[in-house]
Design a protein. Structure first.
Lengths: 154, 103
């Protein structure tokens, strides 16, 4: 190999290595940012038909924005009574809008069937969502909860 | 002794140069292939890269410290030797001047 070819190969490998390093750093930083971000930002969830009477469903309203493309795989609520008894709320009588567009604050709503064991009283409800999020070439399962939603049953 | 050590450092620099030119591209390409064929996920590649980066940084740091220490010692010795030569030249000049004055 003559000196010219050697210098050319050395310069080419230097450039390729530089681009590879930049790609690795950019992908690494993007992955860390994606992995540590929450699914929803500026989120607010409320029960809009408090107090819930009779056999009426529990109606939820939510507003929030997503940073990334996320699909919910499971959403459920847990109602905690004053004596810390947990009651699962996972029967939907009205479904929420799935795959909302990332970026904008989009209102969403859903209704859950009131279970029979939900006796009159005050409850703290936690809504938990399980999601699969994608961003560039990354895919990540995420869980986000929203706690302390007041539920009054009469 | 110094020549041997200098040769060793030159070889080590060459090896670092080769490592810096080949490793990022080799790691990027192998990660892409392994992720595409679903052998590893991105998280594994990320942590392997992070560990590799950390090990490289630590090893390079200590190598650089010892090499700089060696270079400074060599530089000091060379500077001291030069000062001695300078002193001797001055003494010889003085002697030559005094011999000229006497004649």
């Amino acid at each position: 190999m003559n000196l010219n070819n050697y210098a050319l190969i050395k310069a080419a490998t230097n450039i390729i290595s530089g681009f590879s390093m930049v790609t690795l750093i950019v992908l690494g930083v993007a992955y860390m940012s994606f992995k540590n971000s929450f699914v929803y930002q500026d989120v607010q969830i409320q029960i809009i038909n408090n107090p819930v009477t009779g056999d009426k469903d529990i109606e939820f309203a939510m507003i929030g924005s997503k940073r990334h493309e996320c699909t919910s795989t499971r959403v459920y609520g847990t109602a905690y009574s004053k004596d810390n008894r947990a009651i699962l709320l996972d029967r939907f009588s009205k479904q929420y809008v799935r795959n909302t567009t990332p970026g904008d604050a989009i209102p969403n709503s859903w209704s859950l069937v009131k279970p029979k064991e939900l006796s009159p009283g005050m409850y703290r409800v936690s809504i938990t969502g399980e999601f699969v999020c994608t961003y560039i070439v990354f895919k990540q399962e995420k869980i986000q909860s929203y706690d302390n939603i007041l539920l009054i049953v009469k | 002794m110094d020549d041997k050590k200098n040769q060793l450092i030159a070889e080590q620099v060459e090896r670092w140069d080769l490592y810096a030119r080949l490793t990022p591209t080799a790691f990027l390409l192998s990660s892409i292939i392994l992720i595409i064929f679903d052998i590893i996920d991105f998280e594994t590649a990320f942590y392997v890269g992070l560990v590799g980066f950390a090990i490289t940084a630590v090893v390079w740091w200590w190598w650089a410290i010892f090499t700089i220490k060696y270079l400074i010692t060599t530089l000091n010795r060379a500077s001291k030797n030069l000062q001695e030569v300078n002193q001797e030249v001055k003494a010889i000049t003085q002697e030559v001047k005094s011999i000229r004055n006497e004649s």
